[in-house]
Design a protein around this ligand. Structure first.
Ligand code: NAD
Length: 498
């Protein structure tokens, strides 16, 4: 049974109060008073409630963001002043690290230590990284050739794209909100953030800290609520200039349709089905536990999860048995218990969806090398870490994103085969990892794989400086780095006749 968890005084107080919407600097109830329950995925119990934004709330927040942008409330500050405010956000995140980590644990089912030493410092670093960029957004001067006997001064400049709607999923609420808010604000945009309906807690706390740091009213707005109402209206809205979306490929395609009305800019961070490729010369003592971690961390609810394992036929059995042994020995349970090694899935719906995919794998002939069953004797949404071995290309479990702790394994015999398997077995192209001691082979395979991120002898290492995003149906554009910042800007060319 799950040990009851007693939240800290601060968090308990927060949970007792309704989470509100941030519109134009005010924390408000939904216009119709509507509420959504917030569940603790480790216990399945309702632990708090959040205001459920309405279309009217969307109108109010877009109007506030639009007014703040048109009145240069944010862009009227110097770049250095804006940078200092973003730096202050980072400091405040760190000052409240324990509380935010606790919220992330309760709401998103992350282990406290992972949130406290991973997600929270990473979110703070994100604000610091983009604080530095505020003073470094530049254009170029250009030499003209069109009219030889006249002189011109020509230059480009980067301007903020305007009002941006930022929509994120539930699997990394704090980090994903930060990955969008920090570059959007560094570029000078006014923002409307929509967290996933399941996980608003850390985003609301982040909003409070942003206001405390000095982000002006209207420049940051937060709307909790459902995707089909709030998300849809934001993406259709004619006064929104850009949508930056992280979520499923299915919803990403809807967003492209919804954005057509005013041809708003769209960037999309979508699904993944990332291959982990293990060559026979790899250091298996490192590669096997890393492959297990690549799929079972955060219960597989990670867009870059290494969910397809391809091991060379010479080591396939050893690798599959090794990962299966780790899976069988993992302690699964509440995120609040640090002795557990894998926590819950986010919701009952997600648990059922993932379980149905395991059933589909079973029916299509995959061998269950580990797990495969729900863990029914606890209140939360738990599933055994699962290894589906001896899979083949045509199986749904190999082609489709599962977004849970389910690994498929398959052998390969040559480096030419593996590029074909990795690229053709899935419509996604988000990430991959390659395990070998042969540096030439590593670079050749990295060049052959159609993915936005390739790791060699490691998996899942993020960094603020490294662009993050996908090929194929894993999305459009990139998060992180200078590249993400540019996506929140428009490029203007100016030609002056001298
Ligand atoms: P989802 O697509 O169902 O929802 C994501 C967000 O979109 C939520 O806030 C949701 O409320 C909102 N939404 C839903 N319908 C909408 C609509 N019609 N218009 C506008 N917004 C709408 O995804 P999910 O189940 O919350 O998250 C899991 C998915 O996210 C997985 O596919 C995963 O791979 C992906 N993901 C991708 C990345 C990445 O960086 N590529 C990172 C994390 C998660």
């Amino acid at each position: 049974m799950i040990k009851p968890y007693l939240p800290s005084t601060k968090v308990a107080k927060r949970l007792r109060t309704e989470q509100r919407l941030l519109i134009n600097g005010q924390w408000l109830r939904a216009s119709d008073g509507g509420l959504l329950d917030i569940y603790n995925p480790s216990t399945g119990a309702v632990m708090s409630q959040t205001a459920k934004a309405t279309v009217e709330d969307v109108e109010q927040s877009v109007a506030a963001a639009r007014a703040s942008f048109e009145q240069s409330v944010w862009t009227g500050l110097t770049p250095a002043q804006r940078g200092k405010i973003l730096w202050r956000v980072a400091d405040l995140i760190e000052q409240h690290a324990e509380e935010i980590a606790e919220l992330e644990m309760l709401d998103a089912g992350k282990f406290y230590a992972d949130a406290r030493h991973g997600e929270v410092p990473f979110a703070a670093e994100c604000f610091r990284y983009y604080a530095g960029w505020c003073t470094k957004i530049e254009g170029r001067t250009k030499q003209l050739s069109t009219i030889p006997d006249q002189r011109f001064h020509a230059y480009t400049q980067r301007e903020p794209v305007g009002v941006v709607a930022l929509i994120v999923p539930w699997n990394g609420p704090l980090v994903q909100a930060s990955w969008k808010l920090a570059p959007a604000l560094a570029a000078g945009c006014s923002c409307i953030m929509k967290p996933a309906a399941q996980t608003p807690l850390s985003t609301v706390r982040l909003g409070e800290l942003m206001i405390q740091a000095g982000v002006p009213a209207g420049v940051i707005n937060i709307l909790s609520g459902g995707g089909s109402e709030v998300g849809q209206r934001l993406t259709e809205h004619p006064a929104v200039d850009k949508v930056s979306f992280t979520g499923s490929t299915k919803v990403g395609k809807r967003i492209i349709d919804a954005a057509k009305g005013n041809l708003k800019k769209v960037s999309l961070e979508l699904g993944g089905k990332s291959p982990v490729i293990i060559y026979p010369d790899a250091d298996l003592t490192t590669a096997i536990p890393a492959a297990a971690h690549a799929i079972f961390a955060n219960a597989g609810q990670v867009c870059v999860a290494g969910s397809r394992l391809y091991a060379h036929e010479a080591v396939y059995q050893q690798v599959t048995d090794g990962v299966a042994a780790i899976a069988k020995n993992m302690k699964v349970g509440a995120a609040s218990d640090s002795s557990n090694e894998m926590g819950p899935l986010i919701s009952k719906e997600q648990l059922n969806r993932v379980y149905q995919m395991i059933e589909s794998g079973r029916k299509e002939g995959a061998r269950i090398a580990a797990g495969g069953e729900l863990i029914a004797n606890q209140g939360g949404y738990f599933l055994q870490p699962t290894v589906l071995a001896d899979t083949h290309h045509a199986m749904r479990v190999v082609k489709e994103e599962i977004f849970g702790p389910v690994l498929t394994t398959m052998p390969f015999s040559s480096e030419d085969d593996i590029a074909i398997y990795a690229n053709d077995n899935s419509e996604y192209g988000l990430a991959a990892s390659i395990w070998t001691r042969d540096i030439g082979l590593a670079h050749k395979t990295a060049a052959d794989i159609k993915a936005g991120l390739v790791w060699v002898n490691c998996h899942g290492i993020p960094d603020m400086a490294i662009p993050f995003g996908g090929y194929k149906q894993s999305g459009w554009g990139r998060e992180n780095g200078y590249e993400a910042l540019l996506q929140y800007t428009e490029l203007k060319s100016v030609i002056v006749k001298l």
